[in-house]
Design a protein around this ligand. Structure first.
Ligand SMILES: *Cc1c(COP(=O)(O)O)cnc(C)c1O
Length: 343
């Protein structure tokens, strides 16, 4: 498998020289830094940040129980999604396979990289037909994206099914776990060592409450992390983000996550009783997907009430669907009250 991964890396990327910045040759702390043309007067941010994010990686390694050499830190999850294409897919030649409906960025990044994107519809109940997914791949399929819990459907796919796909697919499988902290099912992080072709994406934008700081995580084999690091912009995570994220990670968000899960369960219950809502889909995430007869009308009526939700009704398999994020108890009260009054 390790040899295969080497072959799946685009030849021009495989040939890159190991990556090095001005400060890579020196690891100590007490030097006089005259190597990077910075302003020498300390204002907290006059120095370039650590391009390897060593401190943060040690911290994340401890929190996630994954060794630091398996962690790639990106400027949001969008960065590792884009890097996966740039590293594994030859533009105009290779292709990627994914499920639909799912997160829009997989397709956007494919288009930008001139990579054919093949979407395999989920079943009507949003379950995953793994035979259809694998059948969509050919010898030029280098990447397969699955999002679990899936956005916008909210459901998780069974772990055993995801692992079977990773096991059977002869290419890299990216499993996006942006919502894993809200799920009852365990992460695939524990399976990384057994599956060198697995890339698990997580983010600090959802459960951790740091969407504004832009920090996405990719967990993968050390070789994949090494190549991603060679291809990324050297200073992709700025010094302010590294510092503040480091501070915030010391304060667990378990209480907020439990509250959001309790509020999600309450929303699932209460929305089921709204006359305007035809169907409420199960959710393992911090949002719920509901089906109505007139999605645009309901969307606009909610706007009138000062509540903004996401109209997903034009996505494959989502006719009539609105996606509603779980808010604070007071925000959810308001939403439920407004929806209950609609006919
Ligand atoms: C929100 C979300 C992300 C996170 O994106 P960031 O760039 O890390 O903020 C990733 N994947 C999915 C499916 C999401 O819904």
């Amino acid at each position: 498998m390790a040899r295969q991964i080497e072959e799946w890396i685009r030849p021009n990327i495989r040939a890159l020289a190991p990556y090095s910045t001005a400060r890579d040759e020196y690891e100590g702390e007490l030097g006089i830094y005259l190597d990077a043309n910075e302003n020498p007067y300390d204002n907290g941010y006059n120095r370039y940040p650590d391009p390897h994010q060593r401190v943060l990686k040690r911290q994340i390694a401890r929190i996630k129980g994954v060794s630091a050499e398996r962690i790639f830190i990106g400027n949001g999850s969008d960065e590792p999604i884009d890097l996966a294409y740039r590293v594994f897919c030859r533009p105009g030649v290779d292709n990627a396979v994914s499920i639909a409906p799912s997160y829009g960025m997989y397709k956007v990044a494919a288009s930008i990289n001139d990579v054919e994107f093949r979407e395999v519809p989920l079943r009507q109940d949003f379950s995953l037909d793994e035979e259809a997914l694998l059948a969509a791949a050919d010898e030029r399929t280098k990447l397969l994206f699955v999002c679990s819990p899936n956005n916008p459907s909210g459901n998780s796919f069974p772990r055993e099914q995801l692992l079977r796909i990773v096991d059977r697919f002869p290419g890299m499988v990216v499993v996006d776990e942006a919502y894993i902290d809200f799920a009852s099912q365990a992460s695939l992080l524990a399976d990384l060592e057994r599956y060198p072709n697995l890339i698990v994406l997580q983010t600090l934008s959802k459960a951790w409450g740091m969407a504004g700081l832009r920090l996405g995580l990719a967990f993968a084999s050390p070789r994949v992390v090494e190549v991603f690091s060679q291809v990324k912009y050297p200073y992709n995570i700025n010094g302010l983000t590294q510092r503040i994220v480091g501070e915030r990670l010391e304060h667990p968000v378990d209480d907020q996550v439990h509250e959001l899960i309790a509020q999600r369960e309450r929303m699932l219950r209460e929305l089921t009783g709204c006359p305007v809502i035809r169907q409420v889909f199960p959710s393992d995430a911090n949002f719920v997907l509901v089906k109505v007869d007139d999605p645009r009308g309901v969307y606009e009526a909610l706007i009138e009430a000062g509540i903004i939700v996401r109209d997903r009704s034009r996505m494959i398999g989502c006719a009539g669907c609105l996606r509603i994020t779980v808010g604070t108890p007071e925000e959810n009260d308001r939403l439920i009250r407004v929806l209950k009054q609609m006919k």
